[in-house]
Design a protein around this ligand. Structure first.
Ligand SMILES: Cc1ncc(COP(=O)(O)O)c(C=O)c1O
Length: 322
């Protein structure tokens, strides 16, 4: 495989920096989902941890290294889950954490960021506005900016999911990865292509937030004017060039799914898997539903990557009948 920015030895080393509470998450066949999806489905469950998403893996690496180098303060932009995870990882290491988020991010995510002791600054506009503001703050205050997916630690942390997958049995044919900024897809994809190259790496985005998928398909950065999706964790408009370069090396495909399929996926994970998930975590199941022929007879792993939802919105989505 041509070189990504990632390195498998560093990913193995990253594992040692991560609190075990985020590691070795359950991976299991979910047979109850299979009749409806027409293939063997395994779930990699990244929600049973103190921040209810996979982002703790990356923030543990970031915060460990910052603390080791005596840094006291850090700022990040977040759609909600990275901020929560950085607040958690920073708290135990005495870091002063600032999170910049959109005012329209899910209230549950914003509340948890504050509850974990981070300073939360809200901006009008979307996640990409929050990115600009976080960069301004870092420049002005002279503190470390954590840029999700661009900073290697965030990708290396997420990549440890890949190590756990390739060490698992029985083998699987494809892995479905929710694609936002790309830390998870490039991290897990790097490990899969390095250690289990026969496994298909498929990234999934909503039709309403397609910038990285369009960019992957066109092999150049394509930005969009806006996003329109309930999957707030993956709703970016401005792909990062270096991350796209890595994604081009490790992803076999990038697919887009409809909002109705995301909702149906959330409902299936609740009814057949007993799992409350946020919309971004249902993208994999949504992709299988929309492409049943492609996956028929194969063993597919989907990473269930977050469960931070506003309860009212969740009830509206999963309770609706269409
Ligand atoms: C639940 C969830 N799924 C998927 C993603 C997308 O991950 P990435 O930005 O690493 O592509 C995020 C990002 O925050 C997320 O919170």
């Amino acid at each position: 495989m041509q070189g990504t920015r990632l390195d498998t030895a560093r990913i193995r080393a990253a594992r040692r920096l991560i609190d075990p509470v985020f590691l070795d998450t359950p991976l299991y066949r979910c047979e109850a989902l299979e009749p409806a999806l027409g293939c063997s489905v395994s779930i990699k469950l990244e929600t049973a941890n103190p921040v209810r998403s996979f982002k703790g893996r990356g923030t543990e690496v970031v915060a460990s290294l910052l603390a080791e180098h005596g840094r006291r303060a850090v700022v990040c932009a977040s759609a909600g889950n990275l901020g929560q995870a950085l607040a958690w990882s920073g708290r135990s290491r005495g870091l002063d954490v600032t999170v910049v988020a959109s005012r329209s991010a899910p209230v549950a995510k914003l509340d948890r960021i504050r509850a974990l002791g981070a300073r939360l600054e809200l901006v009008d506009g979307d996640f990409d506005r929050a990115r600009e503001r976080a960069a301004d703050l870092a420049r002005h205050d002279g503190i470390r900016l954590v840029e999700d997916s661009l900073d290697l630690e965030t990708c290396e942390g997420a990549a440890t999911i890949g190590l756990e997958l390739v060490e698992s049995t029985p083998p699987f044919d494809a892995v479905l990865i929710a694609l936002g900024g790309g830390a998870m897809a490039t991290g897990v994809g790097h490990v899969i292509k390095a250690l289990a190259p026969g496994v298909e790496v498929i990234c999934v985005q909503p039709v309403g937030a397609p910038a990285m998928t369009y960019s992957w398909r066109e092999r150049r950065v394509i930005t969009t004017e806006s996003t329109d999706t309930i999957a707030d964790g993956v709703a970016g408009r401005c792909p990062i060039p270096a991350v796209l370069d890595d994604l081009l090396l490790v992803a076999d495909d990038a697919v887009l799914v409809r909002e109705a399929s995301i909702v149906a996926g959330m409902r299936m994970l609740l009814h057949h898997g007993g799992l409350v998930v946020e919309p971004s975590a249902a993208l994999g199941v949504a992709a299988i539903q929309e492409n049943r022929d492609r996956f028929a007879g194969r063993h597919v792993v989907t990473i269930v990557c977050g469960s931070n939802v506003d309860v009212d919105a969740y009830h509206r989505w999963v309770g609706a009948t269409s």
